[in-house]
Design a protein around this ligand. Sequence first.
Ligand code: G1P
Length: 297
Amino acid sequence: MSSERKRVRKAVLPVAGLGTRFLPATKAQPKEMLPVVDKPLIQYAVEECIASGIESIIFVTGRRKNAIEDHFDSAPELERFLEEKGKSHQADMVREISGGLHFSYTRQSEAQGLGHAVFCARELVGDEPFAVLLGDVIMDGAVPATRSLMDIWDATGQGAIAVEEVEKARVHLYGIVAATHGNQPRWGDQLLRVNDLVEKPPADKAPSNLGVTGRYVLPPEIFEYLETLEAGAGGEIQLTDALKELAKGPGLWAHIYEGKTHDAGDKLGFLKATVEFALKNPKLGPDFRQYLRELKL
Ligand code: G1P
């Protein structure tokens, strides 16, 4: 690794979306705060950042998202109350939510797309590489997905995105990559060179079935591409279109994540994630498994 190469220290989490796929639950509360078992959805992405060695989180937020700020802020009254009641275990749990990370917030005033949301973070990111995590995707595995991408950055000095094979019927919901073998022995077949990307193509026009899952490590040059972009698919400024420029210029890797990806961004995906995390939960898992058996589906 070159001594000049900057480390990835910051992560951008876009949370300004209106959560329309979750209505009516999201009429008055942010989608990101819906609990998956015992933690709000967004906490899974923050925990991935903590486990990856990220130091600072930038939320790109919007109206009616204050609950997210409160959740990651300290809560002295609550902590004191719990301590006084002898519930120090719960007090510790509340204290540890932020994991010692630094949090900052910037607003995306209008829903102009993911590319625009990331662009809103440019001043807080500055001139250094950074990660992007989409909070409605939970990536669960031995090595955190963001850490895997940071390792690729450290070794190559180029951006990297997580991808995985998606069913043909779901191809139109993803950014899809055209990629070839990466020829990087350390990663073998898991690392691909991105040649092109298309945002949400119809299945018969897609260059492959490799979908972009929602984890990115990007160089600061991405902001230059985002700045000049015209609206793309769905009339929005698409991060995928800027990634395409990055792939054609400085270069971009696609990493096939070894762990499991839960797309909790719609009701069915959310239910599946809830069931799987409940089964894995040390306290709830055994009883919940027994309950599912008794349902005799
Ligand atoms: C976004 C991205 C898309 C990516 C997807 C992953 O779309 O634009 O490229 O594949 O996230 O979840 P969204 O799901 O926000 O419409």
